[in-house]
Design a protein around this ligand. Sequence first.
Ligand SMILES: Nc1ncnc2c1ncn2[C@@H]1O[C@H](COP(=O)(O)OP(=O)(O)OP(=O)(O)O)[C@@H](O)[C@H]1O
Ligand SMILES: [Mg+2]
Length: 287
Amino acid sequence: MKTEMAAIEIRNLTYKYQNAEAPVLQNLNLTIEKGEFALVSGPSGCGKTTLCRCLNGLIPHFYGGELEGEIFVDGLNVRETPPAKLASHVGLIFQNPENQLFSFNVERDVAFGLENLGVPPEEIRRRVDWSLELVGISDLKDRAPWELSGGQQQKAAIACVLAMQPSIIVFDEPTSFLDPLTARGIFDVIAKLRRKLDLTVVVVEHRLEALAAHASRLILMDHGKIILNGEPRKILAEAAERLSLKVGIPSVILLHRRLSKLGILEGLTPLTTSEMAAQLRGVLNRD
Ligand SMILES: Nc1ncnc2c1ncn2[C@@H]1O[C@H](COP(=O)(O)OP(=O)(O)OP(=O)(O)O)[C@@H](O)[C@H]1O
Ligand SMILES: [Mg+2]
């Protein structure tokens, strides 16, 4: 049954992989409203990918294990909804696009999920063209995935998910195998999708500099728990105070903290270098 609620609603989620000794996620609660852009970060092994798997039903439907609590995405109870049905509501982009591309040309890969759903051929063609156009790789549709660069492969993987027209897309470190410039291209695609479509976006990412200014919410995890969750500026300022947190706090935030402690700067924590530059210009003009 579909009910009106937040895009993602997680209540008291505790999860233990099959044969694992201890739970990986512990009593996790999280609400992400429709249309939000949530950024998730935290040290390696803290459970970010596991959380992503809970959102599209890979957990528990493929991984098994022991799951307690409730997960709702787009109003659907993940535990009770078959993964094939969930795929039209929530799409997951992995670190490694090769996991998503397995045919001999891009167009066929993008059509694959729709063919499985029995979508009519005309509609498949329309959606494939639309998805490739949105991610900007229409010219690559006849190419084999292994002929593409890493960035092009990741765009093809995003097109595969888009073709299913989900209302939520979850990106699990989509740029970790890419160089900074190519990574920026992927972040631009994510920003464009959010602008053009009525989407809820969740991005797991270490490179907070690139995305914090675009996010409506920043979620920091550690040891299977959410330790900070809220407006990015506020959360980063708090994280900078607690340097024991193992997250990649952007250098503008750390610099701002030091200069504030020295009494040189005051005011809002900057999220971008241009915000920082504006504050410094203010100080220089003042003196
Ligand atoms: N399939 C699995 N079976 C058993 N344990 C697993 C499985 N996948 C992950 N784990 C364990 O769960 C914990 C959390 O892993 P997860 O991959 O969710 O972390 P992560 O935050 O995504 O880390 P990274 O930043 O390195 O991607 C780790 O201790 C990991 O070893
Ligand atoms: Mg991971």
